[in-house]
Design a binder for this molecule. Structure first.
Ligand code: FES
Length: 321
């Protein structure tokens, strides 16, 4: 089945949980196959899928398996008892044989070609980086992985990575050696160097601080949770170029909500600016970006916006919807 979303179409299907394994303290690896027996769509390192766990419970998880194996999709889910319910649902309710609706895969964190990579993972942030590490290694690139976690036993895939790739991998269990050593990051990365980081907000913020003087685009990050939202944001109008409708977006309401109120269906998932599902081309006007995934260069170009959270700097925006 396909879901139409303004200019885009996305695949949605039922998958069966074939295997549920504990791969670290509090971390389950889930292996899905398609119920209809078909192969999954192709995906590349950095991609994620939506698990539709309930009407208002849709969560994004990075794919951590092998993109060449189209028969299965693998994700790893950290149990967060005081989280928003997705991981609890997965850990408590999904058993082998369960059927789950999946959407995607979708990639907002692609692995770009580079001469040299540094991968920086905090905790479950290792998941999108796992296929990246394998792809970088297979491509013969120069790469290193800095991987921090609370304890060695909580660091999913850490021992396997260290065994397979030796001193390219630096493990930092916090209870043994303290926090990740960000001094190990290149002070002055050159053209052709890329740094990929995924993990909790304090880690990403610390790496972003280090990256302040790096060439634009060197640092690529993926967040699990939205950045702190900018306050306020007044009303403006949005013209939907394909639908021919103009929608008023009042203060306190998102573009996505206003567009939905007008009866236009747009695909969305996280509704908090982290997943990329509602990314929409901007044809005119200046967006006020409030998402947590576009790069500085993408923001500056003003060509795309996440309509679930972003607003307008101009009285009117024209969107390709
Ligand atoms: S719905 Fe996830 S970024 Fe907008």
């Amino acid at each position: 089945m396909t879901v139409t979303t303004g200019p885009r179409v996305e695949l949605e299907f039922d998958a069966r949980l074939d295997r549920r394994e504990n791969v670290a303290d509090g971390v389950l690896r889930l292996t899905f196959t398609r119920v209809d027996g078909d192969a999954f769509d192709p995906w590349e390192p950095g991609a994620h899928v939506d698990l539709v766990l309930g009407t208002d419970l849709v969560r994004q998880y990075s794919l951590c398996g092998d993109p060449a194996d189209r028969d299965v999709l693998r994700v790893a889910v950290l149990d967060v008892p005081d989280g928003r319910g997705g991981s609890r649902f997965v850990h408590e309710r999904l058993t082998e044989g369960s059927t789950v609706r999946l959407r995607g895969p979708r990639n907002t964190f692609p692995l770009l070609s580079a001469r040299r990579y540094v991968f920086v993972a905090g905790g479950i942030g290792i998941t999108p980086l796992l296929p990246m590490v394998r792809a970088a290694h297979a491509a013969g690139a120069d790469w290193r992985l800095l991987y921090g976690g609370r304890t060695r036993a909580a660091m999913a895939f850490g021992a396997d990575l260290a065994r397979e790739y030796g001193d390219r991998v630096a493990l930092h269990p916090q209870d043994e050696v303290g926090l990740l050593d960000l001094d190990a990051l290149p002070a002055d990365p050159g053209e052709g160097d890329l740094v990929y980081c995924c993990g909790p907000e304090p880690l990403i913020a610390a790496v972003e601080e280090r990256a302040a003087g790096w060439p634009p685009g060197t640092l690529r990050v993926e967040r699990f949770a939205p950045r702190e939202a900018a306050p306020g944001g007044g009303a403006f109008d949005v013209e939907l170029a394909e639908t021919g409708v103009t929608v008023h977006v009042p203060e306190g309401r998102s573009v996505l909500e206003a567009v939905e109120d007008a009866g236009v269906q747009v695909l969305s998932s996280c509704r908090e600016g982290t997943c990329g599902t509602c990314e929409t081309p901007v044809l005119d006007g200046v967006p006020d970006h409030r998402d947590s995934l576009l790069t500085d260069e993408e923001r500056a170009s003003g060509e795309m916006m996440m309509i679930c959270v972003s607003r307008a700097h101009t009285p009117r925006l024209v969107l390709e919807l």
